[in-house]
Design a protein around this ligand. Structure first.
Ligand code: CP3
Length: 351
């Protein structure tokens, strides 16, 4: 056991961390992917006139935005406000986040020479992250802070395509056509991602989530051969901290077992696979996170409660369950429906 694991902290006995460790909980913990963001009027107000990437580099603003959903919804964990492309920007990649579009990369990575764009990340490159997490953990007290990063495949999908894609044709062309270049690209990204997660943990993050949002585009055999080694390297880099490692992707029903095997302690599940079935696919020894369809929140309170109860019933036999949506909060979601949802889960699972 490392020193990190024996040091008692204010967050150690939180419902969220207990559920991640598959220990008994006073209630099922809840947080939402994208809980900070455009669904909140107070977010839209503080972001006015400040571009997304710039807002990620201002520690006071990051702190305020990260705390907004904790104050409003009574969620069991905060997620650090940032974006998956922040570490890439920090090492000098020319990219921007275009409103309504997503990350756009000026010079896509398509050849071996392009790999030179990807240098190692040092803590000094992201000193604003260390500073913001210091401010945040002081404000949060016993509420855990989740750090995060984009997984190598999802980062590569933006870097190779040059922006969001539905088909990943350039990324897949490299993966199938030049497997050595692809492996080297993913390995570079694994180094950068591992270093970025270490910065967040050393600054005080209580858990980390690796977002492989778009990896559901791959067949299991291709995932195992061409992606899993890089994701495993990221998890390995932060193994010694004793901090729970969550792994999430969309449309990953066929990959859940492999994503757990890559080194996750908690496997995130989208809304397409019920949690009892997901548990069979993942196997013993891991907690699950999920998985209410985020669009359910656009229906009546009664319908939200019915669908939420279905998730809780499917989770009843799990070793550990962190309640979440099956993907991020959609910008047009009524924030009051999220507050009611947190309360519903807490009340129904109180023990
Ligand atoms: O509250 C939280 O969950 C933390 C904040 C967070 C953001 N991005 C803020 C953000 C997190 C965890 C991310 C991760 C992220 N970014 C992922 C993985 C999670 C997922 O959704 O699967 C991905 C794929 C990205 C890339 C990205 N960045 C997209 C697709 C977009 C949306 C573009 C748009 O405008 O619709 C972004 C921009 C972004 N990241 C916004 C926020 C709040 C919106 C920008 C804004 O508010 O102006």
């Amino acid at each position: 056991m490392s020193a990190h694991e024996t040091t008692p902290t204010a967050t150690h006995d939180s419902a969220f961390l207990r559920a991640c460790r598959r220990e008994p909980v006073p209630h099922t913990p809840v947080w939402f992917m994208r809980q900070a963001g455009r669904s909140l009027p107070e977010y839209r107000k503080v972001r006015e006139g400040i571009p997304m990437l710039e807002s990620c580099m201002r520690p006071e603003l990051v702190t305020e935005i990260t705390l907004q959903p904790v104050r409003r919804h009574n969620v069991d964990a905060a997620i650090y406000f940032s974006d998956i492309v922040v570490p890439l920007k920090a090492i000098g990649i020319d990219l921007d986040i275009k409103p309504g579009v997503g990350p756009v990369v000026e010079n896509p990575i398509r050849t071996r020479a392009d790999l030179a764009q990807l240098r190692d990340l040092t803590p000094e490159d992201v000193s604003y992250v260390t500073e913001a997490i210091g401010l945040l953990t002081r404000e949060l007290g016993a509420t855990p802070l989740i750090g995060f990063a984009g997984a190598p495949f999802t980062l590569a999908s933006y870097l190779v395509e040059g922006g969001p894609s539905r088909t990943y044709e350039n990324a897949k062309a490299m993966m199938y056509g030049d497997p050595e270049l692809w492996a080297d690209l993913l390995d570079r990204l694994a180094e950068i991602t591992g270093a970025f997660l270490k910065v967040q943990i050393e600054a005080g993050a209580s858990a980390v989530q690796l977002f492989d949002s778009w990896v559901g585009a791959l067949a299991p055999a291709d995932y195992r051969r061409s992606v899993m080694p890089a994701s495993a390297k990221v998890f390995k880099a932060v193994e010694g901290y004793g901090v729970p490692r969550i792994h999430f992707g969309v449309g990953t029903g066929e990959l859940l077992g492999l994503m757990g095997e890559a080194g996750a302690d908690v496997v995130g599940v989208d809304w397409r696979v019920p949690l009892d079935e997901a548990a069979r696919r993942v196997g013993p020894g891991k907690a699950l996170q999920g998985n209410l369809d985020p669009t359910v929140l656009f229906s009546s309170t009664e319908a939200v409660e019915t669908k939420t109860q279905e998730v809780l019933d499917a989770a009843a036999g799990l070793e550990g369950h962190v309640f979440n949506l099956g993907h991020g909060v959609m910008p047009n979601t009524d924030p009051d429906s999220l507050t009611r949802l947190v309360d519903y889960v807490h009340t129904r699972t109180a023990r």
